[in-house]
Design a protein around this ligand. Sequence first.
Ligand code: MV4
Length: 663
Amino acid sequence: MGRIRKLLVANRGEIACRVMRTARDQGIATVAVYSSADAHAPHVKMADEAVLIGPGPVGQSYLVPEKILAAAAETNADAVHPGYGFLSENAAFSAQVEAAGLIFVGPTAEAIDLMGNKAAAKRRMIDAGVPCVPGYEGENQEDDTLIGEGEKIGFPIMVKAAAGGGGRGMRLVDAADGLPAAISTARSEAQNAFGSGELILEKAIVKPRHVEVQVFADTHGNVIHLGERDCSVQRRHQKVIEEAPCPIMTPELRDAMGSAAVEAAKSINYRGAGTVEFLLDSSGEFYFLEMNTRLQVEHPVTEEITGLDLVAMQLHVAEGGELGLAQEEVFLDGSAIEVRLYAEDPANKFLPCTGLINFFEAPVRPGVRIDAGITAGQEISPFYDPMIAKIITYGETREVARKLMVDVLRETALFGVRTNRDFLIACLENDQFSDGEFSTAFIAEEFGEDGFSDALPSAAELAVLGVRHYLLDRDKASAKSLNMPEELLGFTSNEHLHSPYLLACQDATYRVVVRAHKDGSFMVDVDDATLSVVPRNIEGARAVLTVDGQAIASTVHLAGDTLHALVAGRGMTCVNLLAKARGGEDGSDGRRVLAPMHGRVVDIFVQSGDDVQKGDRLAIIEAMKMQHDILAEIDGSVDDLLIAVDQQVGADDLMITISSEDE
Ligand code: MV4
């Protein structure tokens, strides 16, 4: 094994970017692989070279070892980092990479294979003296044997597929009479899902915490642990919030769990980064669950409290280097929390959402780290995981990190797809969470299984939405005509200008009337209430308005008819139904796409001859520091493209012509 000069990253999104960042820091050249759905993705832009490996579906691109190996050969890469997911825990892939004479930045095929089978892994752990949940993990899979063993264990029992993982193929059985049926359905499900019907049985631990230990091993026999992470806040086996250290950890328990994790890694001759998962019960007993043989999504919280770069350590160990860090030299300092920002709809059973991200701004300040693999202007496609970004905060204490996270999330404006942002804030502000007193049942118990609805907007928030709408309309009007009569701009001599809005917002409709005063303030009617609004500070997309004396921050982005807004830290989307009803008021009839205002073309997404559908984004114009999407109003095909990137356009300039099929 020698030095890595060129690293191929067999992944996409934030983890591909994360790995490349360290490689670049170390002077290692990087190769990205990408599917055609990811042609404009950040990981492709970030790499020194990029190889197209197939169409969007993972089965034809990121999951095909041959395509990755061909890309490595073509670019002369000498090492492959698998990231997480995809091929990262595929034993055959590790072997294939090595057979091709390349370094696999991960464990051997044997270690991956062994940990991929719960029965074999558990037998090995029991031999190594690692505490395991009492149960049955024998080779005899006869019904009578399993039922007899189940009765010995005592109920409730977990029936798990030996080849499963992460909660897939798992069943809880409360009493003896349910066991035979659970065994037969679990077996056939496991056979279908994993190609093996092998089962294990375990005593069920009630409301455990999920605590996992980060381990690291080199190829010289050195194995250390880097402390633990608490990942109990999960929804249907998908992690939502992770933190380090575990809030209820003691030095004694950490030593015991850490030593058990190190023994686990030693017993399988492990190398590289690994995670040993434990269940921790309410009495403080812990039990080995499984070992993940990859770098994990939540590794940043460990990096934050140890000050180590886990990817750098992976690369070093993969080159054959020694860890060079003894257990006594690992110090855990402070507290870190990570949340996973997903494109999903908490109000609709958390279903994943797809679509264009047209605005993404998160505050970057000391103690805040954002690992994102997507930028504004990019699509969340249906092919991949809906995780948009990981936000990590660090503080001297857990409470500092928690409060900082709430603030950061409140200020994170992400428009275009629904996200779990508000749900994350609700979790972080829940008393159980802030007390550190939670288990894997936290989300189900506190929020229910299938939904989380946003609160309805308050009158003050609606007043903000109304005024921001009004200001955008006024800017648009003034951009169209620089010598417009003052009264149209809202500065009438004595009469108030009266602008009615009908805002469809969070499933309800509100009548909001904005009356502009000549001193720049507003009176706003929201249904039956009247509020006074005074602009304090307006800077591009962001503004602070005082509503009846209370300062409210907001960030807005107008995409077509829809105003995406972050108001007082809450995300909301509203459509002005009156403007929608007026339609075509600006003279473009869909076939002739006119510039809505004076501005600069920052991006163009179509070429002559492209077919477009109503709603497709054609271009982006920037005016007054705000970006405006130009959307197709009709289905058709692009005839003329009269603009170029960076060109200035005037209001009502013809930019694009579209011919529709039914002409
Ligand atoms: C368990 C358990 C209770 N008792 N095993 C779920 C994911 C998979 N890695 C193992 N899982 C569990 N195994 C026994 N014997 C409870 C869970 C469990 C869980 C574990 C970790 C994190 C979240 C969880 C949510 C529900 C159930």
